[in-house]
Design a protein around this ligand. Sequence first.
Ligand SMILES: Cc1ncc(C[n+]2csc(CCOP(=O)(O)OP(=O)(O)O)c2C)c(N)n1
Ligand SMILES: [Mg+2]
Length: 301
Amino acid sequence: MPPSHKKVPQNPANLLSPGHSACGGCGELLAARHVAEALGKKAIIANATGCLEVTTSKYPMSAWNHPWIHSLFENPGAVASGILAALKQQGKEDIAVVAQAGDGGTFDIGLGLISGAWEREENILVICYDNEAYMNTGYQGSGATPHDAATTTTPAGKYSWGNPLYKKNMPAIALAHKCVYVATSTVGYPLDIQAKVKKALTFKGPKYIQIHCPCVPGWQYDSRLTVKLAKLSHRTGLYPVFEAEYGKRTTVMPLPKDRPPVEEYLKHQRRFKHLFASDAGKKEIAVIQKIADENINRIKN
Ligand SMILES: Cc1ncc(C[n+]2csc(CCOP(=O)(O)OP(=O)(O)O)c2C)c(N)n1
Ligand SMILES: [Mg+2]
């Protein structure tokens, strides 16, 4: 057996081991570590192609201590359904089945098969690590990319403010499927992530958790700011953090009384740098402020 194949002794408490190849400051990996911890050992994970999969499962190694399977980019929903069917056949109903993917895998490419699993009311927890673009293949814009963000397919320049489109409301799509539990969080609040994953597992049926995860190379910010930016996404109103049970909103994470303007979030990130370069950019920032204000009016308890 080559030395690289030998089993490395691992801390059993680390369900996602530190030996992965994610960037320093990766929001997605930090979120996944808290998800793994909250899931506990009795879980099987189907993981779509994307940064989370690539950085944690470089052949012949794996950072996962869960039974973990790499699905295609588009089909963790279907792979999870298959796992669930196999467990049912074996009479094992006490094992959590998780389908997880990035925003590209969830909002766009894998949505059809996730929709199918939700329609069949499968007892699956779908988790989306939302870093707001297709990061693994070079920062292309996805259905989760926010308005005016520069990506490699929505570059900012003389004729463009970046992404002309608006972020897809994926939690609303989950609610339209009658998911029994829908929640959002950000990696700025790891204990909130853990609490929501644990709570999700108490529900039987289709469940969805979406976690905002800053991406250092994709958004181009100082890697020390991951947690700060994740908190600011919520504190500005741009990323509402809430839960809904059986279609009814049950909690909304409160906003600070001195809610910061969206500039406080945008200014650290190069993907929004063009908005600060001219007076005309201020009008675009006002559009983004309006998105945050509308979110707050829409998502009230
Ligand atoms: C059908 C298919 N199309 C495209 C790809 C190439 N591809 C692999 S990962 C990826 C981007 C993943 O983006 P996302 O789901 O947001 O995850 P992230 O890498 O941002 O965490 C793409 C486009 C693929 N593997 N399969
Ligand atoms: Mg992504």
